[in-house]
Design a protein around this ligand. Sequence first.
Ligand SMILES: Nc1nc2c(c(=O)[nH]1)N[C@H]1C(S)=C(S)[C@@H](COP(=O)(O)O)O[C@H]1N2
Ligand SMILES: [Mo]
Length: 460
Amino acid sequence: MNSKMSDRRGFLKRSAALAGLAAFANGKALASVTDGMIKGEADTKLGVTPDEPNINDLLYGGRSRYETTIRIPTIGASVNTGLRNLTPLQDSIGIITPSSYHYLVQHDMHIMNIDPRKHTLIIHGMVERPMVFTMEEIKRLPSVSRVHFLECTGNSGLAHYKSLLADIKKGRTDVTVIQGVHGRLSNSEWTGVPLSLLLKEVGVQEGATWLVAEGGDDCHHAKSIPVAKAMDDIIVAYGQNGEALRREQGYPLRLLVPGFQGVCSVKCLSSIKLVDKPYNLQREITFYTNLKPNGMASRYESQVGPKSLITFPSDAHKLLGRGFYEISGVAWCGRGAISRVEVSTDNGRSWKDASLQQPVFRKAWTRFRLGWNWDGTETVIMSRCTNEYGEIQSSMRELAKLWGDDVTPHIPAEEIEHWWASADISEFLNNPIQPWKIKPDGSVQDAIYNTLLPNPYFPV
Ligand SMILES: Nc1nc2c(c(=O)[nH]1)N[C@H]1C(S)=C(S)[C@@H](COP(=O)(O)O)O[C@H]1N2
Ligand SMILES: [Mo]
């Protein structure tokens, strides 16, 4: 067991002790309800061992105590500007992120607990008939269930590499690149009413080309969204992975804007106002924009580009030695379906097609798999994907060039593994190829600097 692992265990033991206390309190509260159903003596008669879940645990299922993966809290210093918890992508299986692992980005320190009987959604502004919907009214309407990824605009951004490094320097041991840098990303089945249907109910006036969606949470998160997107595929969602939305995901109602940066998917949705222009709101002007070298900032760039990530092996893992491994990961794109994923096990020199898990959904994770025989020598593995329109995922260097960014790592060659400390690359909607270096001892490291430096296999 490496030191990362043993420290994680220590942390989990401490939190398990706290969880035990909570369960005890709960058990007391429920005692009157279950009184007579199970008593201490009955337990022994039934041959129930201490490891057996008690009746209260069975009311809402829990996982095996041998499963210890957690959504780690945010990395980096800015912890008091909001709540962040990151999806453990290194342990992802298939294409659905269990709701308990769904990442969380909340722009204040409070997760609402809204009473659905009191919650309403108002649709107003440039409409023929302004309307207020209760949750019951929304749930009567024709619904859809669709699988879609959700990804924060800042996911995979350079700032997270920097934060990760700072945290590690301070002694934090539970962070990895796969979770810390890329973990603002999840994939769920969402259920709700198409926004287009609600908009037909209220009657959108001519000239209303944008809408402003607002949340009923403390920070009143709000976002301008084109009406054309609403008419296409936005869902007013109340369901997530076969049950109600989780509190952290905006219970009881949220927007789910497929393929667009996460900031658009307004949680605790309480108001939609039809307007004739984008409203230049705080999170459209002061955040989530990329400042370009010419002093101009790009705004309202919303669609996530083709992106893929090898989740196993990644820097949270250690290989057992030479021999067979299944390389596996996820690919997604804000536009259309993934049509191809290629994997290189020789630092980009050659590429092989991975198999894609069926069915492939649009604007959703597609799991890919490729069998690999590792010969035990040092190498770099990576994946790149292509969508149904032929758009292909690029290296960090290619992207930086495309965006007009400075890719020069202004640091000495011997510190090159920490190139992100000085390179100046756009932060948002980053979709570079993520290479992992496999060391002869089986340990795995982030190697994105490989794709930043001139590389004969990545023509720029
Ligand atoms: N009401 C509200 N909606 C919100 C936010 C928020 O803080 N409040 N954060 C936004 C951001 S930046 C992202 S990335 C996603 C995160 O959704 P999640 O927390 O369900 O993962 O919600 C968006 N919607
Ligand atoms: Mo976000």
